[in-house]
Design a protein around this ligand. Structure first.
Ligand SMILES: Cc1cc2nc3c(=O)[nH]c(=O)nc-3n(C[C@H](O)[C@H](O)[C@H](O)COP(=O)(O)O)c2cc1C
Length: 342
């Protein structure tokens, strides 16, 4: 990586802002992006996020301490203000601030008061959004970085626009760095993002299928096997989230059982049936939980999050190796653009 960096430097001003060497952000994947994965990405030069949506302050503290015990690289904590009980959210943020967290990544609908709250404490705010209006709202509230999430993305999908189309609209007039998120698993996506004027990419699926990720081996294996057409956007995995919140998952027996009606499901009408367990906690069919390292039960029926770039992930490797390949591919693309000479 060092030799490569010297020949072709991918550093953008965003890297200086975040304190990382490479313009690749680990998505703050709830459950999946714990300290083990975040440390691996940070040490390899990317920017790390701890995915702490709806986690207890105690778990957040344990993960922050584990991260800091392994590396002194910077990191952000990811939470989702508009989808978290306000009391829990304030407890999460207070604990992070007590522990001296310097950066947050927020997602979904913008809650300006929360952005302003952590900005007053001197924190950096990265905000992922899926619409141009939300991007402007986040910037107006004080966000330092806008992450433009496209419909290709794995996990919860905020908007309905393609990642590059949205990034293009956001870039037009944005005063802060823009990052492209959704469907990017190889260096081609990184090269395209940098070429269009974005300052980095955020990757979820690419880092889910790594040795350090907290996802269950079954989920990782399904990602490795999947092809471009194997994901679907549906709001059937919605228990515990507001009605209409869509997710991109690998098609499974649950989505196949919908006879094509992927959208329009009401959480109040979905049956409550336990299909799996994690650390003694029951997990329901149609919930937003995806299988973690220690989950047992009917994993096939759970939400197996993956983005449309899933076909670019063909093996499970350490996160540093995934990052190395993405960067090497990007450098290769940027060196050899497909232009006619003369
Ligand atoms: C397993 C999984 C869990 C996710 N959980 C979160 C989350 O808790 N918070 C968040 O901001 N984004 C979450 N996302 C969405 C990512 O931030 C990002 O938009 C997405 O991974 C980008 O698309 P890609 O997976 O194709 O790279 C999740 C994505 C995946 C794949």
């Amino acid at each position: 990586m060092d030799a490569l960096d010297r020949k072709f430097d991918l550093r953008t001003p965003l890297c200086d802002l975040l304190g990382c060497e490479l313009p690749v952000l680990l998505a703050g994947m709830g459950g999946v992006a714990r300290a083990e994965l975040a440390v691996a990405v940070a040490q390899a030069g990317g920017f790390a996020m701890l995915g702490m949506v709806r986690e207890s302050p105690e778990l957040i503290e344990a993960e922050i301490r584990a991260f800091r015990a392994a590396t002194d690289k910077p990191f952000a904590v990811n939470v989702i203000p508009s989808a978290t009980d306000p009391l829990l959210l304030q407890a999460q943020i207070s604990r992070c601030l007590d522990l001296g967290v310097r950066a947050f990544t927020f997602f979904w609908d913008v809650v300006p008061a929360v952005v302003e709250q952590v900005k007053r404490e001197g924190c950096l705010v990265l905000h992922q959004v899926g619409t141009l209006a939300s991007a402007r709202q986040a910037e107006d509230a004080g966000a330092d970085v806008i992450i433009a999430q496209g419909i290709e993305a794995g996990g919860h999908v905020h908007g309905r626009t393609g990642a590059f189309a949205l990034a293009e609209a956001v870039l037009d007039g944005a005063k802060v760095p823009v990052v492209v998120s959704g469907g990017i698993t190889t260096g081609r996506g990184l090269a395209a993002a940098l070429t269009m004027g974005a300052q980095g990419v955020q990757c979820g699926t690419a880092f889910l299928a790594t040795t350090e990720s907290w996802a269950h081996d079954y989920h990782k294996a399904r990602v490795v096997q999947a092809g471009t057409d194997d994901t679907v956007l549906t709001d059937v995995f919605v228990l515990n989230w507001p009605k209409g919140a869509a997710v991109r998952v690998l098609g499974n027996s649950v989505t196949e059982g919908l006879s094509g009606r992927l959208m329009g499901h009401d959480p109040a009408e979905l049956p409550r049936e336990v299909i799996a367990h994690d650390s003694g906690q029951p997990l329901l069919r149609f919930s937003t939980d995806s299988p973690m390292r220690h989950t047992t039960g009917s994993l096939e029926e759970m939400a197996l999050y993956a983005g449309q770039g899933v076909s670019g992930v063909t093996d499970i490797v350490p996160a540093a190796e995934r990052l190395r390949r993405i960067v090497e591919d990007a450098v290769d693309c940027l060196r050899h653009p497909n232009l006619r000479p003369g």
